[in-house]
Design a protein around this ligand. Structure first.
Ligand SMILES: Nc1nc2c(c(CN[C@H]3C=C[C@H](O)[C@@H]3O)cn2[C@@H]2O[C@H](COP(=O)(O)O)[C@@H](O)[C@H]2O)c(=O)[nH]1
Length: 341
């Protein structure tokens, strides 16, 4: 296929040619040992997606799958210029920021009778209606509102034309293959085409397509239409949080020059060499951590509740980053404003 590398091949190639981002073998092992202690626990299993997150759907039906689809269609770029001045959404007595502010806003809209997860609604939703649905409790709106509006219209129209308005029909066309579903998503929906260039090669990270497959697997609890035989071929999701937590845990290191840039809060544009190195090395780092963890589990004869894969490691470390925000204050995340992650 036109020389485009898969996310895993892309990550390996980037890690082998990276100049400003490095994977630390000792750090990889230490993270694998941290995760080993959790391997047989409630966090590293598909059920955690619902058990640990009150905003995620309880159901495993078509409505829940369409909730996941609209969320992951908008699942990008929540970071704010100043962390103390950001979009916040209050919902059922709690306040949510970042990614969770999106989930809270969607659930709030549904409670208000706005059918925001129905393609027939968001295919023609207006910018003002999107502003109202995603409204913040602070004077800082959710970033990229205009892009979110454009993407909702574009994606809703395609879902109606190609999949009778339901993402479950797209899932069923994948014949329980995660790879087929990922490719069907990027072929069908332009905003999911997270593709760029590095050292003369065309590379893909497909962050939102991969997390959409993972969240579909999770919301269906790995059963029925969500029982993907190759789910463990999905890699981690190259966002801006995972690199930060991997640096915090010592598995990833940045050059002094890159660190200085990030401390100054300099923006990195999508596809910039250093931005690609951060994303590619993070992805490859998780693959190495997974390999090391599986070896440790084998050696120690640890019992696990199901197959440990990169999705579950990613979910765990993303949640870890959320829960350790204070400890991670000294580690900068990279600032890229884009619709891909
Ligand atoms: N690698 C990875 N990136 C993830 C997620 C999620 C949400 N998934 C959770 C939902 C249910 C599951 O249990 C997962 O825990 C969002 N993001 C990305 O993070 C960024 C937002 O960060 P902050 O500004 O701190 O909210 C943004 O790029 C967003 O696209 C993940 O899981 N992995």
């Amino acid at each position: 296929m036109d020389g485009l590398l898969s996310p895993r091949e892309s990550a390996k190639f980037v890690a082998e040619n990276s100049r400003d981002v490095f994977i630390d073998g000792g750090g990889v092992r230490r993270v694998a040992e941290l995760l080993l202690a959790k391997a047989s626990g409630p966090a590293l299993c598909v059920e955690a997606w619902k058990a640990l997150h009150e905003l995620n759907p309880r159901a495993a039906d078509e409505g829940a799958v369409n909730w996941v689809f609209v969320i992951d269609t908008l699942n990008f770029s929540f970071w704010s210029e100043h962390d103390e001045h950001k979009c916040v959404v209050g919902y059922r007595g709690s306040t949510y920021s970042g990614y969770w502010s999106l989930c809270a806003a969607v659930n709030r809209a549904l409670d208000e009778g706005v059918p925001i997860t129905s393609a027939s609604y968001y295919a023609t939703v207006t910018l003002d209606q999107v502003r109202h649905v995603l409204r913040s409790d602070t004077d800082v709106p959710m970033p990229l509102i205009e892009e979110r509006h454009r993407i909702l219209n574009e994606t809703g129209k395609i879902l109606l034309e190609k999949f009778e308005g339901s993402f479950l029909n797209c899932v069923r066309k994948s014949e329980k293959s995660a790879q087929k579903l990922m490719n069907l998503i990027v072929e069908s929906f332009p905003s999911y085409r997270d593709v760029t260039h590095f050292e003369g090669k065309r590379i893909s990270f497909y962050k939102r397509a991969q997390i959409l497959v993972a969240d579909t697997w999770s919301v269906l609890e790995g059963k029925g239409d969500g029982c993907f035989k190759d789910i463990s071929s999905i890699t981690m999701f190259a966002d801006y949080r995972l690199p930060q937590v991997l640096v915090h845990l010592g598995a990833l290191k940045y050059s002094d020059e890159l660190l200085e840039k990030l401390f100054k809060g300099e923006m990195l544009s999508y596809g910039n060499r250093q931005e690609v190195e951060i994303r590619g090395c993070s992805l490859w780092c998780i693959e190495l951590i997974r390999d090391c963890l599986l070896e440790l589990i084998e050696k120690k004869g640890e019992k696990t509740s199901g197959e440990i894969n990169s999705i579950l490691l990613d979910y765990y470390l993303w949640d870890y980053a959320r829960d350790h925000r204070e400890d991670m204050k000294g580690i900068p995340f990279h600032r890229t404003r884009c619709i891909y992650y």
